[in-house]
Write a protein that binds this ligand. Structure first.
Ligand SMILES: Cc1cc2nc3c(=O)[nH]c(=O)nc-3n(C[C@H](O)[C@H](O)[C@H](O)COP(=O)(O)OP(=O)(O)OC[C@H]3O[C@@H](n4cnc5c(N)ncnc54)[C@H](O)[C@@H]3O)c2cc1C
Length: 397
């Protein structure tokens, strides 16, 4: 294996020689994938270099130094890729890894249903064999970005007679086909970022079943293990989330990404918004407010440290995901409560009347962070059972 300095030299010279902002984005993605720089932690046979996380950071630094666009971010690379390495066939790895890295394919999670959220094994959507293919009927809910994706990662029941955790199978289902109806759900923020998806004998190709028939629960456990990491910003390579125009020059895609990040950090730089609110409320010398701000700052440091340690020498790897997610929930609630408290009655206003519309948006969006990807209560159950070794949660009768 090359030394870190040799790796740095190689990455630097490749990015310096190859990055060209005028090249179409799709061509740039393909070039990074073929030359195995897009996701260098991937195995060598699948467009990677089997690098460690710290080594991959060196590659990322050199890409940033060259001012080059990163490979696609999102749940394809962070969630589906590790599942494919564990459960995928060679054909699936070849198609889907190439698709997400070089063709910008995007994916969503089709797990939750009206009667199956925390208790995911209660999934009722059915997949029936049809020759060597499958036909899916039923409904999924809270499906983020289902309106824009290429494929859904779908958990469906293939043997209704089997006990709950058996008889489930995991599939990759194409969204753009007859029999898939995606309807947006309006949230209290006013956005409609997630959807309900209805299936009416929608088709899954024979080769798009992930894992064996009836073993979907095992595949789902891999999924859930990786899902918590997908909330960690450090797990993303820094390129665009979601669909991009592959014909657009890569430099323009990068510029749009930068603008989006600037806008998002103006909206989400909650620390700064809070400090601003405190200053405008004239309560900057209130000891209770100052104590809240100090506590939130400490929690933020704790979260950053936990994220940095994930994937490396964490004290208990099983604890990192749940702790990281619980810390985000806790921090978010604290920021919301402090921000609304310093505004007093003005905290009830939204839109143009609000002191800080971005902060009010954050406050309305805050509950979603302790629900999406597994609720706080479920994270605590995981910590209790898997990290502390306490007896299993008895669950519903
Ligand atoms: C912003 C957002 C995006 C989402 N995106 C997606 C997506 O893309 N794809 C997808 O499939 N789903 C998605 N979800 C759904 C999410 O995964 C579920 O909402 C979540 O798993 C909880 O399930 P539920 O809503 O059915 O609540 P329930 O499971 O019905 O839980 C209700 C309450 O009971 C508590 N509870 C349940 N079981 C236990 C237990 N054993 N012990 C203690 N307390 C318990 C819960 O903590 C919760 O407070 C999203 C949700 C949100 C908010």
């Amino acid at each position: 294996m090359a030394t870190d300095s040799a790796l740095r030299r190689e990455a630097r010279s490749w990015y310096e020689a190859t990055w060209d902002p005028e090249r179409p984005t799709g061509e740039w993605y393909r070039s990074m994938t073929e030359e195995r720089w897009a996701y260098p932690t991937w195995p060598e046979r699948w467009w990677g270099r089997a690098l460690t996380t710290p080594q991959a950071r060196i590659v990322r630094e050199e890409r940033q130094r060259a001012g080059a666009l990163g490979p696609p971010s999102g749940i394809g690379p962070t969630l589906l890729a590790p599942m494919l390495f564990e459960h995928g066939t060679d054909d699936q790895c070849g198609r889907f890894l190439w698709g997400m890295a070089a063709e910008g394919w995007v994916f969503c999670q089709m797990l939750s249903e009206p009667e199956a959220g925390s208790d995911l094994a209660n999934v009722q959507t059915i997949a029936e064999p049809d020759g060597d293919e499958w036909r899916v009927s039923g409904s999924k809910v809270w499906t983020s970005n289902a309106d824009v994706v290429d494929y859904g990662m779908l958990l469906a029941r293939t043997d209704p007679g089997a006990p709950k955790h058996h008889g489930l199978t995991f599939f990759l289902i194409a969204r753009d086909q007859p029999g898939v109806d995606v309807r947006p759900l309006r949230q209290m923020t006013g956005d409609a970022r997630f959807n309900q998806v209805f299936f009416d004998r929608a088709r899954v190709l024979a080769g798009d079943r992930l894992g064996a028939d009836g073993e979907g629960w095992g595949v789902t456990r891999t999924f859930l293990a990786h899902e918590k990491n997908s909330y960690n910003p450090a797990a993303h390579e820094g390129g665009p989330f979601g669909r991009v125009d592959l014909d657009r020059p890569a430099g323009e895609t990068l510029e749009r990404l930068r603008q989006h990040r600037t806008a998002a950090s103006a909206g989400r730089g909650v620390g700064r918004l809070l400090t601003d609110l405190v200053a405008r409320s004239g309560r900057g010398d209130d000891p209770l407010v100052r104590q809240d701000l100090a506590r939130l700052w400490s929690e933020r440091q704790l979260m950053t440290q936990t994220n940095r340690r994930s994937g490396t020498a964490a004290p208990s790897p099983r604890a990192v995901g749940p702790i990281s997610k619980l810390t985000v929930s806790e921090l978010t609630r604290g920021q919301r409560d402090t921000g609304l408290a310093v505004q007093g009655p003005w905290g009830a206003l939204v839109g143009d009347d609000a002191w800080s519309p971005a902060f009010q948006y954050f406050a309305l969006n805050s509950p979603s962070l302790s629900i999406a990807g597994g609720t706080d209560e479920i994270q605590r159950n995981h910590l209790a059972e898997r990290a502390l070794g306490l007896p299993r949660d008895p669950g519903p009768p």
